[in-house]
Design a protein around this ligand. Structure first.
Ligand code: ZN
Ligand code: ZN
Length: 215
């Protein structure tokens, strides 16, 4: 079951180009079996999610969110719809209320999934303070925003932190979908089942069109 854990939609992400229905249709055409909506600071409204699930029964649609923390790190959270995770697009770093450590602690305690997005900074390193703290469950190793040459450093980082790797699209338009994703062993339906699969490490990474199956 091919799943994209990180996607953006014009309906809620200003930086995204395509509408959620175009994204869903394109995901189906590209062979994805499930996508997670992870717009910046915004959940898909519950009613809308129900409508979309009814309209597109061929694909699993799950609720997530992307959150920027005070350290200017981005995390994807799946399986929680807590109001305290939502926010408006920040004007400056002072508008960001979560620290990475507090966010990771909160999500883990509440039983959600959390992974670090595109972990490279301009100098290619994570802020040292973050390395000493609690780790998220996984780090994105490859996406449309993570170049191939960074994969090695990200793998090392995951080893140091003791966390897994995921591949995602981080797509902001239909063209970005499908190339990078996770392939789950077996099928899931609910967000809980998806999270459990990820936690049990029952997946491999899709890293491009030919080079598949690296776990
Ligand atoms: Zn964006
Ligand atoms: Zn993103």
């Amino acid at each position: 079951m091919l799943v994209d854990l990180h996607t953006h939609h014009r309906n809620r992400s200003q930086c995204a180009k395509d509408d959620e229905e175009d994204m869903i249709q394109s995901a189906i055409e590209r062979g994805l079996d499930g996508i997670v909506f992870t717009d910046h600071g915004k959940f898909v409204p519950k009613k809308r999610l129900t409508e979309l699930r009814k309209k597109y029964p061929k694909i699993c649609l799950w609720s997530g969110i992307e959150i920027t923390t005070c350290e200017w790190c981005d995390f994807v959270v799946i399986g929680l719809r807590d109001k305290c995770l939502e926010y408006d697009i920040p004007q400056s770093v002072h508008d960001l209320k979560w620290t990475a450590d507090e966010l990771i602690k909160y999500v883990r305690k509440k039983g959600g999934w959390i992974h670090l997005c595109h972990p490279s900074f301009q100098n290619g390193l994570m802020p040292p303070a973050m390395m000493e703290r609690r780790a998220p469950y996984a780090i994105e190793m490859r996406s449309n925003t993570i170049p191939e040459h960074q994969m090695h450093d990200i793998q090392d980082m995951a080893l140091i932190w003791g966390c897994r790797l995921v591949a995602v699209s981080d797509a902001h338009d239909v063209n970005g979908l499908g190339r990078y994703a996770v392939r789950l062993n077996g099928r899931v339906r609910t967000e809980r089942q998806l999270i459990n699969k990820l936690l049990r490490n029952e997946y491999t990474l899709k890293l491009g069109e030919e080079n598949e199956g690296i776990s």
